[in-house]
Write a protein that binds this ligand. Structure first.
Ligand code: PLP
Length: 298
């Protein structure tokens, strides 16, 4: 059996003190032993950020975009900036240490640290384990429901403190949306803004296909700027397709020739029903996208 790998960062940010000034930048530790204290603000308040990065063929995919987004999220939460050179090195070390399995993922976590410790030292770690099997979701598709997110598409520009568009550890709402989907006999969710536009899923971006054109919601609408969506757009452009960032509605979702929820790790999952109504999936193009995502070299 493949064992997970866990590296604790000694100095996750050069803007804060190291945990142990003389120690190495990161240390491989026992992932089944306790490493984080119960007073860590990541645990008690969800006050921190993360990234989930696919690893395939021994390579962390879209590594630089993930690191860049990690830094953006830190800035939005006013956390000490992650030292990206150290994080990159730790990610590569985790891949070296982990068994070479076809699909695995890495989670990087940076929290505000231990409440009241007087040091303002963030906590950081890199965790790696094999991915779950997403064969069925990729091949047969997923059933989604649309749910209101309770915000307008202006949220990120007007209500910065709500942190929409940052990849924070506060995913209780996203998990609740997933349970709501399950209670309604569905697999996943597409959030809709109060002004009537598609946003994203709880852990994925939305892409629609109209003929030769792929469309996704603009990234300043309070959604995460997706690394998978960006790579799919780049690949589609190489294939001669058009791509666009545009506001789209639930009616557009129903009218689209194909639709996907796309994210690291699960990759492209075609949407096969919306609010209980079946819709076509594009099995061939989905396969082509997922083959590209699994074998990309960036
Ligand atoms: N939107 C949300 C809310 C997410 O949590 C994620 C991924 O976890 C995404 C979109 C997709 O981002 P990426 O493709 O970079 O994994």
């Amino acid at each position: 059996m493949t064992s997970p790998v866990l590296l604790m960062l000694n100095r996750p940010s050069h803007e804060a003190e190291a945990h142990e000034p003389a120690a190495a930048p990161f240390t491989s530790v026992d992932p089944s032993a306790a490493q984080v204290t119960v007073r860590d603000l990541g645990v008690t308040r969800g006050d921190g950020i993360f990234e989930s990065i696919s690893v395939s063929g021994g390579r962390a995919q879209a590594l630089e975009p993930h690191l860049a987004r990690f830094a953006v999220s830190a800035r939005m939460l006013q956390l000490p900036a992650p030292d990206l050179d150290v994080w990159r090195e730790a990610i590569l070390a985790a891949i070296d240490e982990h068994d070479d399995v076809p699909e695995s993922y890495i989670k990087t976590v940076l929290t505000r640290g231990v409440e009241g410790d007087g040091h303002g030292r963030p906590t950081g770690w890199v965790y790696m384990e094999p991915s779950a099997d997403f064969t069925q979701a990729r091949a047969e598709g997923i059933r989604v429901i649309t749910l209101s997110r309770g915000y307008a598409t202006t949220v990120e520009r007007e209500l910065a403190w709500l942190l929409q568009g940052a990849k924070t550890l506060s995913y209780a709402v996203n998990k609740a949306a997933g349970r709501e989907a399950a209670a309604r006999g569905a697999d996943d969710v597409i959030f809709v803004s109060t002004d009537g536009y598609l946003l994203e899923g709880p852990t994925a971006n939305v892409i629609l296909r109209f003929g030769n054109r792929l469309v996704t919601p603009p990234t300043d609408t309070g959604i995460l700027a997706g690394t998978t969506q960006a790579d799919i757009f780049a690949h589609a452009e190489e294939l001669g397709m058009d791509t666009a960032y545009e506001l789209v509605t639930p009616d557009d979702l129903r009218a689209a020739d194909a639709a996907w929820l796309v994210s690291s790790v699960r990759h492209a999952a075609p949407v096969r029903s919306v609010d209980g109504d079946d819709r076509p999936i594009d099995a061939e193009f989905t396969k082509a996208i997922n083959t590209h995502l699994l074998t990309r070299r960036n």
